[in-house]
Design a protein around this ligand. Sequence first.
Ligand SMILES: *Cc1c(COP(=O)(O)O)cnc(C)c1O
Length: 445
Amino acid sequence: MTSSAQEVLALYGGPKAVQTDPGDMFDWPIVTEEDEQAIMDVLRKRAMSGTEITELFEQEFAQWQRTQYALGFSSGTAAIQAAMYGCGVGVGDEIICQSLTYWASCLQVYSLGGTVVFAEVDPDNLCIDPADLENRISSRTKAIVVVHYLGHPADMDPIMEIAGAHGIKVIEDVSHAQGALYKGRLVGTIGDVAAMSLMSGKSLAIGEAGILATDNLEIYERALTLGHYERYDERIQTEALKASAGLPSGGYKYRMHQMSSAMGRVQLRHYDERCAEIQKAMNYFWDLLEGVPGVKAHRPAKDSKSTMGGWYAAHGLYRPEELGGLSVTKFCQAVSAEGCGISPGANKPLHLHAVFNETDVYGDGKPTRIAHSDRDVRQPRGTLPVTEAMPARCYSIPWFKHYRPQVIEEYAAAFRKVAENHERLLADDPGDPEDMGGWHFFRHR
Ligand SMILES: *Cc1c(COP(=O)(O)O)cnc(C)c1O
């Protein structure tokens, strides 16, 4: 790539860095006649509410995920709630999670009578910081929900070591990272149980659905009792669960829609190949930007044997100090003007939302966050400084689904051009607004 120093930014009337029509570069999931056929089969059989196709998908998913058991759900939210229940989270118990995540990594713990304590993130991988875990553990901690955030594998070795030392279960929320590797190991196989979303915006996208995967029979069976009444029968082996068979213990109905499981069977067959192409494309994008001031890749080191899976909702790290303090908001505005639409921030830190502070959801006469606690676990603004600083240090990047070097080079050129010509932007930079990012930063279709 040629240096673009002293070029006129598109924001000030110069030519756009991105000139080529991206075509289907960003279309996801990839839907072919194979998906259409699978879904039409379900429709013609009128088998939307059955479980036989879902059970085939579960077997294939378990084989792909390399776990003994897999259980399909109607959503990732339900799968993660069931994983919590499977781990024994109940009234008065605490889970630990990062605050920089989508709400469904943790908020459903309220429905079990539990609460959440937030830990800081590592500012380079944006996943829970193992160095902050011990500070958050109490005698009530039952589980840590580890989010492999925006596709980046969390640092599982120290997390597992700390959890093990305290007898705490580890739930991996794999919603962003299906197929990612941590030091050569598939994420979702390292903790006690994995649960994830498979909804249509995620990297493994099969409709509205979630799945739970584990090697632990008791966790699997407890998770099943919550909302899979039609499968809660004499097949249950855990002694303590047998007496309540027949009805869902949680009072929920959580089975997967079979149009989703049918599509899932097709998507899974192509997933590794499609991820490999995404990885090639995304790594090429970041390789082109190596050494450019202000921007830093959110990806594991090349020699780490860790990968980003399908690069869900790919983001980059921002270093305003390398660009004279330019706000990420202004930076994104300038890159977008080059024909590469991006936005500043990531998920808003959850600990700042009312539902984690004052909302009394169930009429306990006090905020639900502390309804069953013997201490006030709420974390007002200022208590998680690393997390709170992150929205001003992140931005979305194009999520390429295909390796087309020429197109990728144009998008990378947009970032380089803005970084190299940032001084002009400093003059009319109003700075970042106080509240950046969104509670859900995607408007999924
Ligand atoms: C999408 C998502 C979920 C919830 O999944 P749904 O299928 O939308 O219910 C949970 N955790 C994370 C991190 C997510 O991004």
